[in-house]
Design a protein around this ligand. Structure first.
Ligand code: KDG
Length: 316
């Protein structure tokens, strides 16, 4: 049993070869992606023992998802196989620097995740559970599952990445209300300034923190500019930490947020200071930006450790 459990749908991802548009590509490369599985992969790459749980179809794509995640070092021991529903699929289509996302996941095996699955997940025996705002949008039973995970009496801490995916919600107002309620029940929240603007009409880091007052940590990301962490120890006021992002030659942006969460959480589990955790987040996100798939280009863990420990001058 691992200390960390990531719960959420993973899919097979298709991308046109050589950046070709899907409308005309003759070759499509297949990868495995899904926000929570991406975080699990990022954690495993940094040496953190981690399990991923979801439901997949009893089909070749389900096999591919589980096989690929296991190859990345993620434990998939209890993943449920569903003979009646397929594994979800999605495609990314890149046109210049813009990427559009096309989902084929309605009615997928993962959309049948429910509170009936909870007993087998042994939440109380974990140190950290990671979930995202994608799962509650997949189906009412998925929403109920995440609600229960966030309401469980806490010995495990729960981290929640807001991950607003407009295509999965009926409208912004529904998403705004639900995602704020769920996020405010987590212990640690990741949210982008752009999401704050879209959902709650504020892109200001302090304003977003004010809307999510309960979590002990709220990390507000501002793309390639910086990340700000609001961290509160019991009963105390927030301490605020800001770390600038790295500038890299971007290949593709999808998955960078998950990589950031993985980097941050890996450091946080080691109880490093907050600045180092933010730097780990940026490093991991930077490596994901260099990759056309949704997960970071691997880096030797010792080199990763050296980079995140650089002093302020070295970091800039
Ligand atoms: O954060 C990246 C994810 O969005 C991607 O891997 C696919 O899980 C996914 C989703 O629902 O968009």
């Amino acid at each position: 049993m691992t200390d960390v459990l990531c719960i959420g749908e993973a899919m097979v991802l298709g991308v046109g070869a050589d950046g070709d548009r899907l409308a005309s590509a003759e070759t499509v490369h297949l990868h495995v992606a899904g926000a929570e599985a991406n975080v699990a992969s990022g954690l495993a790459a940094l040496g953190v023992p981690v399990e991923w749980w979801s439901r997949v179809g009893r089909d070749p794509f389900g096999e591919r998802v589980v096989g690929e995640l296991a190859r990345r070092g993620v434990s998939c021991v209890d993943v449920a196989r569903d003979a009646d529903r397929p594994t979800g699929v999605y495609f990314k289509d890149s046109v210049g620097s813009r990427t559009s996302v096309h989902y084929y996941r309605a009615g997928s095996a993962a959309s049948a995740m429910s509170t009936r699955d909870l007993p087998s997940l042994r939440l109380q025996e974990r140190r950290l559970i990671h979930v995202t705002g994608i799962t509650p949008a997949l189906s009412p039973s998925c929403d109920e599952l995440i609600d229960d995970v966030l309401s469980a009496p806490r010995s495990p801490l729960v981290s929640f990445d807001v991950n607003h995916r407009p295509a999965l919600w009926p409208d912004v107002a529904t998403a705004a209300d639900r995602l704020r309620t769920l996020a405010d029940r987590a212990d640690l929240v990741f949210v982008g300034r752009d999401e704050g603007e879209r959902l709650w009409g504020t892109s200001d880091a302090e304003g977003i923190r004010a809307l999510l007052p309960s979590p002990s940590s709220v990390i507000v990301k501002d793309d390639d500019i910086e990340a700000v962490a609001f961290v509160r120890a019991d009963g105390e006021r927030d301490t605020i930490h800001r770390v600038p992002a790295l500038s890299v030659r971007v290949v593709e942006t999808v998955g960078a947020g998950d990589a950031f969460a993985a980097g941050y959480l890996a450091s946080w589990l080691e109880r490093t200071d907050v600045v180092q955790a933010l730097r780990s987040g940026h490093l991991s996100a930077g490596l994901a930006l260099l990759s056309a798939s949704d997960v970071p280009t691997p880096l030797d863990p010792r080199e990763f450790d050296r980079l995140r420990r650089l002093d302020d001058d070295g970091w800039k």
